[in-house]
Design a protein around this ligand. Structure first.
Ligand code: AMP
Length: 393
C-alpha cells in the first residue's frame, strides 16, 4: 500500500478528524435499517481510541439540499454508535461554528465526537476554503476511512485532508484500496470479472479498463441486451440503451468476453409472470429478458471456479424478484466455492452486496466493498480525489 495509514501516525493524545461513511439507510421513523457502514468504521475508531487518540467523526447522510433537514440528521447514528462501542459518544448538532469548536477543544482521550451531517452546509460539496478551515481547526490529524465517498472532491474528503501535513487512510480505506489495487496491478491468475446490473452506460468504462487485464470477462444482467442488439438479435422488450449499441459492437470481437448463451424471459418483468428459458438468439418478441439461463450459469460457474481472482459488480438478473434471482444466486454460489478453494473474491456495488446478503453469503467472499460508485471508478482506472490527496508512504 503506497498510502500512509492511521497506523503510521502517532495519535496519542491527538484529536483525529476522521471522515467516515455513515450514509446509512433510514426508515420513515428514522430507524437505521442496515448498520453495515457504521460497523465497517469500528476497527479504525477502536484503534484510535486504544492508542489514546480522540476520534472526531464526520460524515454525510443522504442528499440534504445544503441546509438542515431533521430527517437526515446523524443523531440515530450517534445512538447506534453508543450501542456498538458500549461507550458515550458526544453528538454535536452542527459540524462547524463556535459551539462545535468549544466541544472539540474540551475533548479528552477516551472521548468520541460525532459531528452533524456535513452536507447540511452547501460548502461541503463546494469544497469551500473557509468551511475547510473551520473543520480542520477542530483536530490535529486527518484520517479518511470513507472509501464510499472517495470519488467526491468535497470539503471533508479533499479540502480538509489538504489542510493537514500527513493525511492518512483508515483501516477500512486501506483494505478497500489493497484489494482493488491488486485486481488492477498484480492479481493471481486466472482473473475473472463478472459485470452485471442494469445499464451498459454506467459500466462501459469498467468493462474497457478491465479487458486490458482480465483473463475472462463475464457480462450479465440488463446490460446484455444492448450487446445482443449489437449482434442483431431480437431482444423483445428487454432493457436496451440505443446510444451504446455501437460501443457494445466494438467490444464483441474481444474473445475474453463471455455473453450468456441462454436467458430467462417473461412477458412482463413482474413477480408471478410465466417464464421460459430460451437461447439468447431466439428471444420471442414481446418478452423481456430477466435472468440468465441454466446453461449460462454452468458455463460461468466453471469459469469462476477456475479463477484465482474474481471481481464482481452487478447482479445477473432482476434479483429483487425471487423467480428472477436464480442466475445471481448460482453465480454467488460459484464465487463462494472458488473463495473456499483459495481464490480472492472482491464484490462491489450496493445491489450486488444486497443480493449476497439475501443469499446469506456476504461473509463468504474475501472482500465486500462498501463503496459502489467509488469502486467502479477505481476499476475504471480513475484516480479518486479522496485517495489521491492522502500522503504517500
Ligand atoms: P446496477 O445498479 O447497474 O448494478 O443495476 C442493478 C439493477 O439491475 C438491479 O436493480 C437489477 O434488478 C437490475 N437488473 C439486472 N438484470 C436485469 C434485467 N435483465 N433487466 C432489467 N434490470 C435488470
Amino acid at each position: 500500500m503506497a498510502k500512509l495509514s492511521v497506523k503510521d501516525l502517532d495519535v496519542k493524545g491527538k484529536k483525529v478528524f476522521m471522515r467516515v461513511d455513515f450514509n446509512v439507510p433510514l426508515d420513515s421513523e428514522l430507524h437505521i435499517t442496515d448498520d453495515t457502514r457504521i460497523r465497517a468504521a469500528l476497527p479504525t475508531i477502536t484503534y484510535v481510541l486504544e492508542q489514546g487518540g480522540i476520534p472526531i467523526l464526520a460524515s454525510h447522510l443522504g442528499r440534504p439540499k445544503g441546509t438542515y433537514d431533521g430527517t437526515l440528521s446523524l443523531k440515530p447514528v450517534a445512538e447506534r454508535l453508543v450501542k456498538l462501542l458500549d461507550r458515550k459518544v458526544v453528538f454535536a448538532d452542527d459540524c462547524v461554528g463556535d459551539e462545535v469548536k468549544k466541544i472539540a477543544d474540551n475533548l479528552k482521550p477516551g472521548d468520541i465526537l460525532l459531528l452533524e451531517n456535513t452536507r447540511f452546509h452547501p460548502e461541503e460539496k463546494a469544497n469551500d476554503p473557509e468551511f475547510v478551515k473551520e473543520l480542520a481547526s477542530l483536530a490535529d490529524l486527518y484520517v479518511n476511512d470513507a472509501f464510499g465517498t472517495a470519488h467526491r472532491a468535497h470539503a471533508s474528503v479533499v479540502g480538509v485532508a489538504e489542510a493537514f501535513e500527513n493525511p492518512a487512510c483508515g483501516l477500512l480505506m486501506e483494505q478497500e484500496i489493497t484489494y482493488l489495487e491488486n485486481v488492477l496491478t498484480d492479481p493471481k491468475r486466472p482473473l475473472v470479472a463478472i459485470i452485471g446490473g442494469a445499464k451498459v452506460s454506467t459500466k462501459i468504462g469498467v468493462i474497457k479498463n478491465l479487458l486490458q487485464n482480465v483473463d475472462r470477462l463475464i457480462i450479465g444482467g440488463g446490460m446484455c441486451y444492448t450487446f445482443y442488439r449489437a449482434k442483431g438479435y431480437e431482444i423483445g422488450t428487454s432493457l436496451c440503451e440505443d446510444d451504446y449499441i455501437s460501443a457494445a459492437r466494438e467490444l464483441l470481437d474481444d474473445t475474453k468476453i463471455y455473453l450468456p448463451v441462454d436467458v430467462v424471459v417473461a412477458p412482463e418483468p413482474k413477480a408471478g409472470a410465466a417464464t421460459q428459458t430460451v437461447d439468447a438468439d431466439k428471444m420471442p418478441a414481446g418478452h423481456a429478458g430477466v435472468d440468465i439461463g441454466e446453461r449460462s450459469q454452468r458455463d460461468m460457474g466453471a469459469e469462476i471456479e477456475r479463477a484465482q481472482t474474481i471481481v464482481w459488480n452487478g447482479p445477473l438478473g432482476i434479483f429483487e424478484i425471487d423467480e428472477f434471482s436464480r442466475g445471481t444466486q448460482a453465480i454467488a454460489q460459484a464465487v463462494v466455492r472458488a473463495t473456499e478453494k483459495g481464490a480472492v473474491s472482491i464484490v462491489g456495488g450496493g445491489d450486488t452486496i444486497a443480493a449476497l446478503r439475501t443469499f446469506r453469503m456476504v461473509d463468504k467472499v474475501s472482500h465486500a466493498s462498501t463503496g459502489g460508485g467509488a469502486s467502479l471508478e477505481f476499476l475504471e482506472g480513475k484516480e479518486l480525489p479522496g485517495i489521491k490527496i492522502l500522503k504517500d508512504k
